[in-house]
Design a protein around this ligand. Structure first.
Ligand code: GAR
Length: 196
């Protein structure tokens, strides 16, 4: 059994997850990075950390199902049982959802259901919220929807600008995500298929 992380961008959460999995000797290792953006910075991090990466642009496939069928074959090749989305800016389709029921988790930089979608930090800042935060949730077919596993608040204070607010959110993500993923893969967090 192993974990795949999916990412599209910088990959700071990916790196924190890999570090935590090694420092805390997780029973399930992170064995694969799946990236949908050739050239993304996360690929450099994977190389430095020695994690194999599969990176293909979905645009090179006929449709989402064909792309996900390719990804699924890679996941099976690497014995992947758990999928952790870390800045993967793409909706998961039925091919992967059906193959990994309640086995896909996502992090989002707001207190969902507020500010789903892209640039949640910028949306919350522009709105002028006093509190935003970070959410971790199981993935379903929606955009940043699915049962919540954890949330932490982050204050937007008088002297914060977008940059300092963004830094605070990312710091909260880097603390929260490894802790929640660890509890999820070790069964401390029950998923809907385990209940009742
Ligand atoms: C993170 O803030 C993550 O919560 C967000 O993308 C960023 C990726 O940063 N994800 C979403 O907005 C999902 N809807 P990273 O590449 O440095 O980990």
């Amino acid at each position: 059994m192993s974990i795949a992380v999916f990412a599209s961008g910088s990959g700071s959460n990916f790196e924190r997850l890999v570090e935590a999995s090694r420092d805390q000797k997780w029973p399930v290792p992170i064995r694969l990075l799946v990236c949908d953006k050739p050239g993304a910075k996360v690929l450099e991090r994977a190389e430095r950390l020695g994690i194999p990466a599969v990176c293909v642009s979905p645009k090179t496939f006929a449709d989402k199902a064909a792309y996900e069928t390719f990804v699924l074959a890679e996941l099976r090749k690497h014995g992947i049982e758990w999928i952790v989305l870390a800045g993967y800016m793409r909706l998961i389709g039925s091919t992967l959802l059906d193959a990994y029921p309640w086995r896909i988790v996502n992090i989002h930089p707001s207190l969902l259901p507020a500010f789903p979608g892209k640039d949640a930090i910028g949306q919350a800042f522009a709105y002028g919220v006093k509190v935003s935060g970070v959410s971790v949730h199981l993935v379903d077919a929606g955009m940043d929807t699915g049962p919540l596993l954890a949330q932490v608040p982050v204050l937007l204070e008088e002297d914060d600008d977008l940059e300092s607010f963004t830094t605070k959110i990312h710091q909260a993500e880097h603390r929260l995500y490894p802790e929640v993923v660890y509890r999820w893969i070790t069964g401390a967090i029950k998923t809907p298929d385990m209940e009742g």
